[in-house]
Each structure stands twice: as structure tokens, then as C-alpha cells.
Design a protein around this ligand. Structure first.
Ligand SMILES: [Zn+2]
Length: 361
């Protein structure tokens, strides 16, 4: 008798919880069907969609893509997850979206401009199929991770207000999305870069400083209104020369650094171009409280103890790589250097320095 009573109570509790969950899901789904005009979305959700649309438009001008040959994020399905409002937005699904949990966001403003490619569906906050990503997933899809939402293979990214409010940040919404998505879609057949843990000698440091000074020279030159291509070619030649000396001096360090410089530098470069499309101020050597820091200040700072060795190993290759990519684009605006890098595979790795050598031939 006791046991029967217990079972009845447990059953009653379970039924109540289930009913409650169904009511919450239903109300949430019903709520999601209303107020879906872009103007009525929460502030940062609206901003994320508008910025994504802007970068898609900028990238779409050329059929082959504007930022990087063969990489066109507007042709992929993207899932943006707002950490603050709880909504998720499925952008440009390739498979038909039919679900009570999804509602097409009314893009009246954009559609009137005749751009029909940008299609957005808002998913209700308690939509069960994405609980897993919301609770256990990282901030974005990493290489090799596959995510499906409503039968669509998506690239997902989580964002919040901090994705928009910080200056000079590599974590800015567009900057971060393009950087990470570039790793995901374009580099799964690149060998990648691991950190070198040995020490740099005095000669290594001095040679690195020479390279960094040349990067400053190149940047100053590219800032001029009219580009002196001849002079830029000379600087690029000098960079190659100093790289040869560096490699001879400390091959283990330099070979690993070049792979990291290539993988992270190209992703940072794509993030920079996408940032420009949404008018966000970002470039190489941007830090929380300063922009366009001099490359040549790195070694003196490091020697005076103001910079840790980890900076040289883990962060500097992002910056030098992005600058090298900008130099390559100036030397070869048709971006054959990108095609050259795209052709690498796990057996044959190609670095930005290889690409520079190739484009100067
Ligand atoms: Zn990266």
C-alpha cells in the first residue's frame, strides 16, 4: 500500500513537471511568433544581424569573395546565439525551415533594398534542440566539430553586449566571427602551428627586431596615399633576407613560428577586412588600450621586462602574420598568394613567408 502511494505521488509530480514544461515551451514558441520585425529585436541581437548582413554584402561583391579567395561566409548557414536575450538566429539556412520554434525575422528594411539573400529565422529561447550547444558548447564551432540545427549544417557563434562595446578588440563580433570561421572552413587541411618552447638567444632577438622594424617600414609605406610599390618590393625582399638568417640561426623556433604566423595571421587578416566592412577599427598590433603599436617597440619592451616571453611566442605571430598578409595583398592585389596558400595540404605546408617568396619571383 505504502509503495503504491509513493508511485502515485512520483507519477503525479512527473506529470505536473511535464505539463509545466510543455506549457512553458508552448508559450515561449507562441511568444516567438510575434514581434519578429528586426526593429523590435533586443538591441545587440539587432546589431549582430545588421553587422553580419553588412559584412556579407561587402564580401559578396566578387563572386569569388572579397576578403579571401574561396572563402565566402555568406554562402554558409550561420547560427548566432545571444547569451543575453537567449534567442538564437539561424541565418541563410539551405534546407527549408518549418518548425513551431522558428519564426522568420521580418527584414523589411533590407528586403526593400532588393537583397533577398539574407534570410534570418529566430529560434525560441527554450527550443530544446539547441540546449546542448547553449549549455555545453563553447563560444564557437571548432575545426572538426559539426553542428546541425533544423537539418541545416551550421557554424555557430555566441555573442553578448561585450562583443560590441570594447574598442580595438579581436573579440569584437565581426572580427571574431570571421577569424574563427576562417579557421573552420579554410584551414582544416592546413597543418597548423604549435608553440615552440625553447629560448631565444641574443642573436635571435636582434634578428627578430630587424624583421619587426621592416614590418613598421612596410606599414608606414602602405599608409601613404599613393603606394610606392617599388619601395614595398624592396622591403619585402629585405624581410625575406632576414627570415633566411633567422631560420639558419634557430630553425626549430622559426619553422614553428612561421606556421603559427600563417594560420593565425591569415585568420586575423580576414577578421581585419571584415571589421572594415562594419567600420570597426581593428588592425595588426591592436591592444585593449592602444592601436597601431609599433612592431619595433616589442623587443626593447621585452628586454626591459615589460613583456613576457609568452607574448613573443603566442601573440606576436598573429600580428606579424596579419601584417605580412596586408603586404602580400598590396604587392599582389589579385590575391594569387591566397590561392597559393589554399593549395597546401597536410603533407605540403606553405607559409606566408613562402607566399612572399613566391610573389616576388
Ligand atoms: Zn585563431
Amino acid at each position: 500500500m505504502q509503495n503504491k502511494k509513493k508511485t502515485a505521488i512520483i507519477l503525479c509530480v512527473l506529470v505536473t513537471i511535464s505539463l509545466f514544461a510543455i506549457i512553458v515551451l508552448g508559450l515561449d514558441a507562441f511568444w516567438n511568433q510575434n514581434n519578429s520585425e528586426i526593429e523590435k529585436l533586443p538591441r545587440w541581437d539587432k546589431r549582430a544581424l545588421e553587422d553580419l548582413h553588412k559584412s556579407f554584402l561587402a564580401d559578396d561583391e566578387d563572386k569569388e569573395s572579397e576578403f579571401w579567395k574561396g572563402f565566402n561566409l555568406s554562402k554558409q548557414s550561420i547560427l548566432l546565439i545571444s547569451k543575453e536575450s537567449g534567442y538564437a538566429y539561424l541565418v541563410n539556412p539551405t534546407k527549408n525551415v518549418k518548425s513551431i520554434f522558428a519564426k522568420r525575422v521580418n527584414e523589411s528594411k533590407h528586403e526593400s533594398r532588393g537583397h533577398k539573400k539574407f534570410r534570418v529565422y529566430r529560434l525560441s529561447r527554450f527550443y530544446p534542440a539547441i540546449y546542448k550547444i547553449k549549455i555545453f558548447g563553447g563560444n564557437f564551432n571548432t575545426i572538426g566539430e559539426s553542428t546541425k540545427v533544423l537539418r541545416n549544417e551550421v557554424y555557430y557563434l555566441k555573442f553578448d553586449s561585450a562583443s560590441f562595446t570594447k574598442q580595438y578588440s579581436s573579440k569584437h563580433f565581426t572580427t571574431f566571427l570571421y577569424h574563427e570561421a576562417f579557421h573552420y572552413y579554410m584551414q582544416n587541411h592546413w597543418r597548423g602551428g604549435s608553440r615552440f618552447s625553447g629560448n631565444l638567444s641574443e642573436i635571435d632577438e636582434n634578428l627578430l627586431e630587424e624583421k619587426l622594424r621592416l614590418l613598421d617600414d612596410a606599414r608606414n609605406l602602405m599608409d601613404e596615399r599613393v603606394l610606392d610599390r617599388h619601395r614595398l618590393t624592396d622591403i619585402a625582399q629585405d624581410i625575406l633576407k632576414v627570415e633566411k638568417r633567422r631560420e639558419k640561426e634557430n630553425p626549430k623556433y622559426v619553422v614553428k613560428e612561421r606556421m603559427l604566423e600563417t594560420v593565425e595571421g591569415t585568420a586575423t587578416y580576414v577578421g581585419i577586412l571584415a571589421s572594415r566592412a562594419v567600420e570597426y577599427d581593428f588592425g595588426p598590433m591592436y591592444f585593449d588600450n592602444t592601436k597601431n603599436a609599433d612592431f619595433s617597440s616589442v623587443i626593447p619592451f621585452y628586454k626591459s621586462g615589460k613583456l613576457e616571453e609568452g607574448f613573443l611566442r603566442d601573440r606576436l605571430p598573429y600580428e606579424t602574420g596579419a601584417e605580412l598578409a596586408l603586404i602580400l595583398h598590396s604587392l599582389d592585389p589579385r590575391d594569387n598568394w591566397q590561392r597559393y596558400l589554399n593549395e597546401q595540404n597536410l603533407r605540403e605546408q606553405r607559409t606566408l613567408i613562402d607566399a612572399l617568396e613566391q610573389s616576388l619571383r
